[in-house]
Write a new protein. Sequence first.
Length: 299
Amino acid sequence: MPPSRARATTALALLLLASTSCAVAEHEPTPVPHSLPVSRQARQLRLPLDAYASTVAETHLVEDAQDILMRRCMKGRGMEWKTLPLVDARDTEPPNLRRYGADEAEAVRYGYHPSPDPSSVVRRSRAWDEREALPAEVRRAAYGPSGQGGCLKATDRQLVGDTAPLDFHVFNQLTGTALETSRRTSEVGDALRRWHTCMAKAGFDYPDPYTAAGNKRWETSEPTSAERATARADVACQKSTKLVKVWAAAETRVQHRLIRQNADRLHEAKARKDRWLSAARRVLNRKGRTHHQHHVSDQ
């Protein structure tokens, strides 16, 4: 697994990134002291393909195990290696947040802007920034000239032997297909029309939640009152039309079919992921780091 920041990637982003986005002016993230504002519905939303995904918490777990071995390897080369700070479990987004549009808890306060990163996420992000600024000599020792050699290559071999890196492609491909396929079902189409009618009655003209979220008017450094009003109407219409419930049920059926059709590819991807996670847990347990912050369990 090459060095990378763990980020939550939703199928919504995969599907719509090229066509609509809510761009935000770059600024230093403001950390928040408590857990992310996420609705109960978003935290409880689970889809069949989730079992084959690598969550942000799982990616953190592997990175933390790598760090322990990296520090040992770098010490052998006479160099210090600073490990990444842990991320609290409350600070990681649920896997399907914003999958069918804005989330109620976020929309009330932030409109369509993402909520500020919690403190533990900010600390880890800053630690990654520091690594990008490492002296050339240290970077070569850590990553080799290619970025995938040096102590990193030795660490991964020690961790999982010849096991290939995690395969994100199969999950990303299928989850994007499932979202778009379910969007075209009759029941989701009916729910989206009801949502559109509800929004029109509130004075907003958008064909679907994605278009509402992607309005270029929201490309501001902070959410405006108009943006928050639109987002509040959006999530109220989602609730009254049961859009998320209807869409999730339709996509669940689609995902089950895709899992049956791609059983071999998914089985191999999950087996590879499980090998990485098992190896990471062994390293962390030997160091006495139970990783309770992540609450990661085998899927």
